[in-house]
Design a protein around this ligand. Structure first.
Ligand code: SF4
Ligand code: SF4
Length: 434
């Protein structure tokens, strides 16, 4: 897109006009389900986007608010018989909202400037913040502050946000994973692993498990210690140019020509990483490589199912009952539903029980649970009800946002449950249950 032009007006019109207003997506949309208002539905939102694209409407504050009330869960894309590319529309609509500046206010600009334009643009900054937060937590200061009652002086929303602060890992991915991990046994593939941005701080253990599982399945694994954010946070929040910059950086850091596959274990990242070619369309240097990049990006479950999973031995393993929550950007964004279940079913003595509405959003949705807490809480409560009915002691899910959201909800409700990435369960099985 040309700087200064309109995201929606410049979008390929075949994408803008694809919706045939049938309404089949409406029952699958969590925001429409909650409000029953047309404007909160995919069809309603697409009509607003088209009105802006046609020049019949300005990208007003009401337009921006509606685009940010959408979860971006993409359930509507799964339901749509016309193949409407809502993901593309949604990203351009949020970028249009940002470009119009209709939502701007000093507080919002400050937060966006600090997080999207500064913190998540350089992993070293994120690591520094993570080390400070980790120290605060490990020295017992967080517990002290929480017990002291001083938090009661904060506004309710800030107290809620404080309670959601994730525990930072003592060691990040580069501390746990060698730059190159040899395949266990015969080397059949050479892959790279993306360690993510927030994932690297909060779930570096899942990254270690991912590398271990890949090595057990005949992969030589390259995990560069210096990595960058994939840019999904930026693309989903209207920062198109920043997302493009991060995409170029990733392609340079992980030359797609060098690997059989480039692996991600975070559904939200994977869904975005597979569309760099669209993001970099028209880029004379990167567009061609971006097509190759898109073809090489694999979610870890998808890759394992493709190459065949080496079954762990049953000896030493205990019986466990697990239910599976489908991260939106895995099931709707990437259409990956059978593969994570195949990973779980490969684990001896693991009984998989299905929960109702496994594909319904848990309310995490990137930073949705921070910016739209009421709707996010409604969705979380609904998810926890289904988890409880399923009767499993462990919930498996392949996205860091969902892991955190369900962990927080289960803790608040007092549910004695383990919420874990499927790959961690497989890694534990390879280690004989440890
Ligand atoms: S992305 Fe999700 S919340 Fe947004 S319109 Fe589609 S189904 Fe509804
Ligand atoms: S987005 Fe798809 S399912 Fe929804 S109204 Fe339009 S054509 Fe129908």
């Amino acid at each position: 897109m040309n700087p200064g032009r309109s995201h929606l007006k410049d979008l390929d019109y075949s994408v803008v006009q694809q919706c045939m207003h049938c309404g089949l997506c409406l029952p699958t949309c969590p925001t429409y389900d909650a409000t029953k208002l047309e404007r909160n539905s995919p069809r309603g939102r697409i009509a607003l986007m088209r009105a802006v694209a046609d020049g019949r409407m300005e990208a007003t504050k009401a337009f921006g608010d509606e685009m940010y009330f959408c979860l971006g869960c993409l359930a509507c894309m799964t339901a749509c018989p016309a193949g409407v590319n809502y993901a593309e529309l949604f990203e351009h609509a949020r970028a249009e909202a940002e470009q119009s500046k209709a939502l701007d206010n000093p507080r919002r600009s400050l937060i966006r400037g600090f997080t999207l334009r500064w913190l998540f643009m350089d992993q070293r900054r994120l690591h520094l913040l993570g080390r400070i937060l980790g120290l605060y937590q490990r020295l017992g200061l967080q517990t002290f502050v929480r017990k002291s009652g001083v938090l009661r002086l904060l506004p309710k929303r800030l107290r809620e946000l404080e309670a959601m602060t994730p525990t930072v890992q003592q060691e990040f991915s580069a501390d746990l994973i060698a730059p190159t991990t040899p395949a266990a046994g015969v080397k059949k593939h050479r892959v790279a692993v993306l360690t993510g941005c927030a994932q690297d701080l909060i779930f570096s253990d899942v990254n270690r498990d991912t590398v271990e599982v890949l090595a057990r399945n005949g992969c030589e694994v390259v995990t560069p210690p210096e990595q960058s954010c994939c840019g999904s946070l930026h693309a989903h929040n209207g920062e198109w140019e920043l997302a493009q910059g991060l995409a170029r950086k990733n392609i340079d850091q992980f030359p797609p020509e060098d690997f059989d596959a480039i692996i991600t274990n975070a559904a939200g990242c994977g869904s975005h990483l597979k569309h760099y070619a669209k993001l970099l369309a028209g880029d004379p240097v990167y567009e061609k490589r971006a097509h190759l990049w898109d073809a090489k990006i694999k979610d870890v479950h998808e890759w394992l199912a493709q190459i065949g999973i080496t079954a762990p031995v049953a000896e030493g393993l205990r019986e466990q009952t697990v239910t599976y929550h489908e991260a939106c950007h895995l099931c709707h964004g990437q259409k990956i539903t059978a593969q994570p279940r195949a990973v779980l079913k490969a684990i001896p003595k693991l009984k998989l029980v299905e929960m109702a509405e496994s594909t319904w959003c848990c309310g995490s949705a990137g930073i949705y649970n921070i910016i739209q807490p009421d709707m996010a809480t409604q969705l979380l409560e609904r998810k926890l009800d289904h988890i409880t009915v399923a009767g499993a002691h462990t919930v498996a899910t392949g996205n860091p946002g969902c892991l955190l959201q369900i962990q927080n909800g289960a803790r608040k409700r007092g549910l004695p449950m383990r919420i874990v990435h499927p790959i961690t369960l497989l890694a534990e099985a390879y280690r004989g249950g440890k």
